[in-house]
Design a protein around this ligand. Sequence first.
Ligand code: AMP
Ligand code: MG
Length: 366
Amino acid sequence: MTRRSTALRAGLALVAGLALAGGVRVLNAPAPDIRETFYVFGTLLEVETHGVAEPQARQAMARVGAHLRQMHRDWHAWNPGELESLNAAIAVGQSFEVDPGLAKLLQQGRELACRSNGLFDPAVGGMVEAWGFHADTPPTGDPPADAVVATLLAGHPKMTDLTIRGTTVRSSNPAVQLDLGAYAKGAALDLAEEDLSAEGITDAVLNAGGGVQVLGDHGSRPWRVAIRDPFEWGVVGAVSLRPGEALHTSGNYERYFDKGGIRFSHIIDPRTARPMQGVVSVSVLSNNGALSDAAATALCVAGEKDWPRIAAQMGVSAVLMIADDGSMVATPEMMARLEAVEGGFPAPITVVDLPKDVAIPSCPER
Ligand code: AMP
Ligand code: MG
């Protein structure tokens, strides 16, 4: 499929999810928008406040920054920190005390894993590591040997192996290695929004490599963000986010290596212990960051056939999927929100309804 080149308009999104500027406010010399950038989870995270004086914005940013640094340390999958210590305990069959924030995140991850039929499953850290993605730079070597993949698969690590009682966590399966990368960004932005609200910030946009979340609006207009075109330096379309919404995109173009003409991405299919194939990107819009983030990853794994059912099970209804051949499909809710940029979409978008009456899987009690 050939895709029309999308020219970039000055000031329009240069990367996924960049907030789009537009309109100039001159009444009563409004407070300028304040922007700060943090480095967490291997990506730049930008926070921009609107409509508050600089000292208040800076104080709120300081609170967000301190919290983000703590999350970066505690939730890191391969650097020393709380999660690494928990993984070490799991590997030797011991229980481990985590802080309440991590316990809550793991509970949320366990629930989302069940809802996705285990296509999103943060217990697959061992698989992610075996494919070389527990490093700050993309892998350069070969894929793991078939025997290694078979062993990883036989271990069958899954979130339902975890028992979380208060802040005590243990796993009945030593093959579980936790990697929160598929929903940590969304969860961190959710917490950053709480921090901003606690500091009296009502209007802000938070943007972290493929994830954008908003509080309130930008004065008289909504925060408008773009979805990047994974095939070229351009955008698929824009979305005007409503207060509290979160738009997350996952894809095979973020972290990957190519070998023998095959793209191996950092998104692993837990059913095969190999990188998912067939999907280039999935964008999910919902009212919760962790949910949008987890669902975007899960739907990449679900693939072109199964994603509508998994989306319905996870409770997300606004989805855009771009497949390897450049074809695009969207739910009616996403279609209604997608705004064409530069006069059109880069390819026709097929609208697909989600199935009704799907049974919502629940986690076994523990
Ligand atoms: P995202 O960019 O949100 O799709 O997250 C991808 C990251 O999540 C990877 O870099 C891994 O750390 C982790 N991951 C990969 N595959 C899965 C999976 N099937 N379920 C949960 N986490 C995963
Ligand atoms: Mg994700």
